[in-house]
Design a protein around this ligand. Structure first.
Ligand code: ANZ
Ligand code: ZN
Length: 854
């Protein structure tokens, strides 16, 4: 009997599986399809524990579904465009493409080391021209459908490096991560996708996703942010202009004491009086330095200046001043607000600050003193006061009345407003898919013809991190004739947000190697939607929302016929490491420098804080998957990850539990090896001929099948499934009937149930039983419900509540029979001798208690 040596068997099987293309996607049309997908990684070059967790989860599901008779598509690829590659180019003078492909090769090897059953024939990398050709093509479908357009938008501008920055590159103080310069907001012409056109459907269709976590659906709904209210117009005094406001509270219109424009609003210049011009301009400059976050932060003081202009409230003909203020955002609603200090918290703070009038127009139903001065805004519903014709009505009723009146008189209309904004996809960056547009002085924006796609990235580029986007500096590349009229024209030099690459990759996998089409719609429709998607909660909004948007647009372009891309979604929890922190200095200390019995800072002697936190380099709490696999093997690493916590919960790394799983696999190894050496029977016995021992073992086997299958088919409760496997292994090892066919059934079942979790050891042991076919193409065991029937149970015999012994009785015996059997038992005979019986209590299925005088 040989020792369990994961290193040698794991590598051997990984090779064998690859050579036999074991995980190639089946084309057997008889089988139902199952599309498993884990979010593809950014190829940073190194696999971390978070990757191990998500890819192990998807692998268990894929292997299970294959054994359950599905044709499974379980593909893998690389989200390979993006900033880190460009930064590597700037910092280390290595071309982004080279850096990226090196990382891909390395990570692929590491993934293979984990034994994940991907169909590598479907592999894709978003930075490859074969892929981004179609990203560009899809952009043009959006463009042709009127869903892609250009407009001026504010971007983060670094005045020292002369470049646009992503939000992630601006620190919390508003400074550039590279130059340290205070970032400015600058208006640039940018490309947008009209996701707002799909806002209502994106919101409503969340109902079609019962297999998604409620939390994720709620986050999406909030992000879309539907508000119902009105659009109302306030004429500007002395001018032929109206200020349009969006309000969710038309009922408060009689309480308006001022109107506010966002500083960026185009009417600001017009309405500002000469006396206020200087103050207004200074304020606009100041606000332009602030981020949207700062401007809308709740406890931030609200600031503004009067423009000197005035507007008329058409509902009561009152003149109100026009202000500009930081808390009004240009991009939301109409970029203007009616200020109602009595009933809006922000307006209240603003009015207090600048001594503007506060008029109460709603009072609580039970108010006894409506004229009392407010100490804060009253934001609830109630009864109308100071509201002309509305006085005495409920505020809810007044809402409708005001809208109807506005519609009749032409002052406004009902309006649904979404917080969701159109998606800005322009990036002034090199490492992304070029936007396939040519700007012609005569024709304007002209799409690159399909036959000229892809617009490839030029290779000889300078990466300095300074100046405009690298592409715009390449004259040769930029200057081209217009495809439509031939005039000299210029290429668009912006590239696309990498979220565009990842918004459709799941549509590409089923037909990943198609060089004629984005994908064959028949193949796409065969596989879509993804049946089970797994990924991190950090993508709850953007990636998942964009992917849903793309799916709907592709549907409307007649390329797909599904409404939603991902039927079920599992968001896996984080992997946390043991973290040591000096509470005084705030420094994190590597565990190697700490005595776990008495954790102290080796430098200062300070007692350390000890806790679990998401693994990260800067906290020195990471565990390297490669080291774990080198020590224990991939199977143990997988078992630990699956066993330690339910998949959606955070998981605390624990070396002792890793050891525990390693010991379990060793037990399985010994159990099966001992059996395999004896070349045991293959014949089967009729159920009726089974001994009690055999029946008990069969019950354990089929209980395990039932439990494991239910744990997996329900909510993927891998942790409890692993516990069931441990129970079964114990039952087998305790069983006496080692030569029985039932014992063989036990061994084989254990291996099959273990196969999705620990694919290598189960394959090795399976083939040691003499089988030549892979265990991973075996049929998932079915429950024999007859085997589950318990025909004898253990009955406890008590005397005055004290347990005196047990007997075996038929499981179906009724109360009277139980009492009889108990009375006749040897135990009862012995303890009840010469005693007068007062009472007998029978609890079927459990016990019989004889009560005698004490
Ligand atoms: C008057 C009013 C009175 C308001 C009142 C509220 C309470 P949501 O639910 O987020 O859609 N608003 C509208 N456009 C804005 C902008 N561009 N920047 C900042 N605030 C803006 O909120 C809608 C409310 O937010 C609107 O209703 C408006 O204030 C404000 F007792 O109008 B309300
Ligand atoms: Zn032209």
């Amino acid at each position: 009997e040989s020792r369990y040596n994961p290193a040698s068997i794991e590598e051997k099987w990984q090779q064998t599986w690859a050579e036999s293309s074991l995980y190639k996607t089946s084309t057997d049309a008889q089988k139902p399809k199952f599309y498993t997908l884990a979010m593809f990684p950014y190829p940073s070059g190194n696999l971390h524990m978070g990757h191990v967790r998500v890819y192990t989860i998807i692998d268990v599901i894929a292997r299970l579904k294959r054994m359950q008779g599905f044709r499974v598509l379980n593909p893998m690829g690389w989200d390979a465009f993006g900033l880190p590659a460009e930064n590597a180019a700037i910092e280390r003078n290595i071309h982004p493409a080279k850096w990226t492909y090196q990382n891909i090769a390395q990570m692929k090897q590491q993934l293979e080391r984990l034994g994940i059953s991907f169909d590598w024939e479907k592999e894709l990398a978003t930075c490859s021209p074969d892929y981004y050709r179609w990203t560009q093509w899809i952009f043009l479908q959006f463009y042709n459908a009127g869903l892609a357009y250009q407009k001026e938008a504010a971007v983060n501008w670094d005045p020292i490096d002369q470049t646009v920055l992503a939000n992630e590159q601006v620190d919390s103080e508003g400074r550039s991560w590279r130059s340290g310069a205070k970032v400015e907001r600058k208006l640039l012409r940018q490309w947008f996708l009209k996701i707002t056109e799909y806002a209502e459907e994106l919101l409503n269709d969340l109902e079609k996703l019962p297999g998604w976590p409620e939390r994720v659906k709620l986050m999406q709904a909030n992000w879309i942010g539907k508000s119902t209210g009105a659009y109302l117009e306030f004429p500007v005094v002395g001018m032929d202009e109206n200020i349009a406001v969006f309000t969710t509270r038309p009922d408060t219109v009689f309480g308006v004491s001022y109107v506010v424009l966002a500083p960026e609003h185009p009417l600001v210049e017009k309405v500002t009086t000469p006396e206020q011009k200087q103050a207004v301009e200074a304020f606009i400059k100041e606000v332009s330095q602030q981020s949207e976050m700062d401007r809308t932060a709740e406890n931030q003081p609200k600031r503004g200046v009067p423009t000197g202009g005035k507007a008329i409230n058409p509902f009561n003909d009152k003149e109100v001043p026009i202000w500009i203020a930081d808390y009004v955002l240009y991009e939301y609603g109409t970029g203007a607000v009616m200020g109602v200090p009595a009933h809006d918290t922000r307006d209240f703070a603003f009015a207090k600050q600048y001594d503007l009038p506060i008029t109460t127009v709603i009072v609580p139903d039970d108010a006894d003193n409506a004229d009392e001065e407010l100490t804060e805004a009253y934001t609830e519903t109630g009864v109308m006061v100071n509201s002309g014709p509305c006085n005495g009505e409920t505020s809810e009723g007044c809402k409708l009345a005001v809208i109807e009146y506005a519609e009749d008189e032409g002052y406004g209309e009902r309006r649904i407003q979404y917080r969701l904004r159109d998606w800005l996809i322009s990036r002034q960056r090199y490492w992304g898919a070029p936007i396939p547009i040519i700007h012609c002085p005569k024709c304007g924006a002209v799409p690159v013809p399909d036959e000229d796609l892809p617009v490839t990235l030029p290779e000889n580029v300078e990466f300095s991190g300074r100046g405009a986007s690298p592409l715009s500096q390449l004259e040769d590349w930029v200057n081209v004739p217009c495809p439509s009229c031939g005039t000299s024209a210029k290429r668009e030099t912006d590239t696309m947000d990498t979220f565009m690459d990842s918004s459709w990759y799941f549509m590409r996998y089923p037909d990943a190697n198609n060089d004629q089409q984005v994908f064959d719609p028949n193949i796409g429709n065969d596989w879509m939607p993804v049946d089970q998607y797994v990924g991190g909660i950090e993508h709850a909004i953007l990636h998942l929302l964009y992917s849903r948007f793309f799916t709907k647009v592709m549907r409307d372009c007649k390329l797909l016929n599904c409404d939603e891309p991902f039927s079920r979604l599992l968001t896996q929890g984080m992997v946390q490491g043991l973290t040591y922190k000096n509470p005084v200095t705030g420094k994190y200390i590597p565990s190697a420098n700490v005595n776990p019995e008495d954790p102290k800072d080796p430098e200062t002697g300070e007692k350390l804080e000890v806790f679990y936190e998401k693994m990260s380099k800067s906290k020195y709490n990471g565990v390297d998957p490669l080291e774990v696999m080198a020590k224990y093997g991939a199977d143990t690493a997988r078992m630990f990850i699956l066993f330690k916590a339910p998949p959606e919960k955070d998981l605390e790394w624990d070396d002792a539990d890793v050891e525990g799983q390693f010991r379990f696999l060793n037990r399985v190894w010994r159990l099966v090896s001992e059996f395999a050496e004896k070349m045991p029977v293959k014949s089967s016995k009729k159920a009726g001929d089974l001994s009690k021992e055999e029946k008990d073992l069969r019950r354990a086997i089929h209980t395990a099948i039932k439990e494991v299958t239910e744990d997996l088919d329900g909510d993927y409760q891998f942790n409890t499934a692993v516990s069931e496997l441990m129970k079964l292994s114990n039952a087998i090892s305790d069983a006496g009937c080692k030569n029985s066919p039932v014992y063989r059934e036990g061994i084989e079942t254990l291996l099959k149930l273990l196969a999705p979790f620990s694919p290598h050891i189960s394959e090795e042991l399976w083939q040691s039983l003499g089988y030549k076919d892979s265990i991973h193409i075996q049929t998932w065991p079915a429950v024999d419900t007859d085997a589950l029937v318990v025909d004898e149970i253990t009955l406890v015999i008590q005397v005055n509540g004290k347990t005196r012994g047990t007997i075996q009785v038929p499981a179906k015996a009724d109360k009277a029979t139980l009492e009889q059997l108990a009375t006749d038992s040897e135990v009862a005979q012995r303890y009840l001798e010469h005693q007068e019986l007062k009472k007998v209590i029978v609890v079927p299925g459990k016990l019989v208690n004889f009560v005698v005088p004490q």
